[in-house]
Write a protein that binds this ligand. Structure first.
Ligand code: ADP
Ligand code: NI
Length: 222
């Protein structure tokens, strides 16, 4: 590792950049999502042996910097933007490679599409990111994203799909309730770490309670 690298100042500058860029974002990918992922990733990392905390922090901070969902489905933009930023910050090649691996592979791409995340740091960031997609905040984010994309809350009769390819997943424009069956209810089984699994189980139960209430209200008073 490059001894000239000032980690504290790199993290400070990276936070400043992301906060300025994502502060008022309206689809659930705002700065506060990034900050929760950062904090939860650090909490998980401290319980998992052997994770490099600098890589975890940079990965969490940059994980959504140019998500395919906002770049016409292109999942290579995030890695490119990350490389440019980390070069500017003077981050060494080895660290850069690890962070780009996280940014390139963090996103959910359909339940039938295997995650290629290799490193422990990446698995931690992925768990923290996915935890923020379930539970009370996950529900808020799902409807915010659906609204941002002009999708209906619920479309009775439209069946959820289990996407086998990234292509099929990203071109789908179903209701937000369908998204619960296409991603959110699977999250607890996709956790990489023990800490992630435990938290996911609690948030998963809340999703189930929420859906029961939702359908009850949808069906009207009796
Ligand atoms: P990921 O890339 O792994 O999905 P993000 O941090 O980008 O993780 O979060 C995506 C957010 O957008 C989640 O809260 C997710 O539920 C929501 N989202 C993604 N696709 C849809 C969709 N089709 N309908 C509603 N919400 C969606
Ligand atoms: Ni995210």
């Amino acid at each position: 590792m490059n001894s000239k690298m000032n980690k504290a100042s790199i993290l400070r500058e990276t936070k400043k950049y992301l906060r300025a860029t994502f502060e008022g974002e309206g689809s659930g990918h705002d700065w506060w999502h990034i900050e929760r992922v950062l904090n939860n990733a650090m909490t998980i990392a401290k319980k998992e042996a052997g994770a490099d905390l600098f890589i975890v922090q940079l990965g969490a901070l940059l994980h959504d910097v140019a998500d395919f969902k906002f770049h016409g489905g292109d999942d290579t933009v995030g890695g490119k933007v990350t490389t440019l930023w980390l070069k500017k910050m003077g981050v060494d090649e080895e660290t850069m490679k690890e962070v780009v691996h996280i940014v390139d592979n963090v996103s959910f791409k359909g339940i039938g599409v295997e995650s290629k995340m290799k490193s422990i740091e990446g698995k931690i960031v992925q768990d923290a990111d996915r935890l923020d997609a379930i539970g009370a905040i996950g529900i808020a984010r799902a409807f915010a994203y659906g609204g941002h994309k002009g999708r209906p809350l619920h479309a009775p009769g439209s069946k959820p799909e289990q996407h086998k390819s990234f292509e099929a997943y990203k071109t789908r424009s179903a209701s937000t309730i369908n998204h619960f069956y296409e991603k959110l209810l699977h999250v607890k089984d996709l956790m990489n770490t023990d800490t992630g699994k435990k938290v996911a189980l609690r948030r998963h139960k809340f999703l189930e309670v929420y859906l029961t209430e939702f359908y009850d209200e949808w069906n009207g008073l009796r």
